[in-house]
Design a protein. Structure first.
Length: 98
């Protein structure tokens, strides 16, 4: 089991002390930075009562983005499957011709 390291992450002006795998530190910090950037963007462009409103908006945005990426992955997998099928058909046609 990998050793966990302590890190302090600030999200929406609140500090969180986490214990994470050292290999995940950069990704966690970049994700926290992205969240904070989106909070700032929503605070600037949208009306909200308090920080919880902006964090909720970011959560909705993040979940929607993940769903879009999931759909894109399915499309890429379907395309890869079709290409594989075409490759097999071409190989069979070349074997029959030769």
């Amino acid at each position: 089991m990998a050793e966990l390291i302590p890190v302090n992450i600030v999200i929406a002006d609140r500090s969180y002390r986490l214990r994470i795998d050292a290999a995940d530190e950069e990704m966690v910090r970049k994700t926290a930075g992205l969240i904070n950037d989106k909070v700032t963007e929503f605070r600037t462009n949208l009306a909200g009562k308090d920080m919880q409103d902006y964090v909720s908006m970011v959560l909705l945005w993040f979940a929607t983005e993940q769903n879009h990426h999931g759909i894109d992955l399915v499309k890429w997998q379907e395309a890869a499957d079709r290409l594989s099928m075409l490759e097999k058909q071409i190989d069979r046609a070349l074997e029959d011709a030769g």
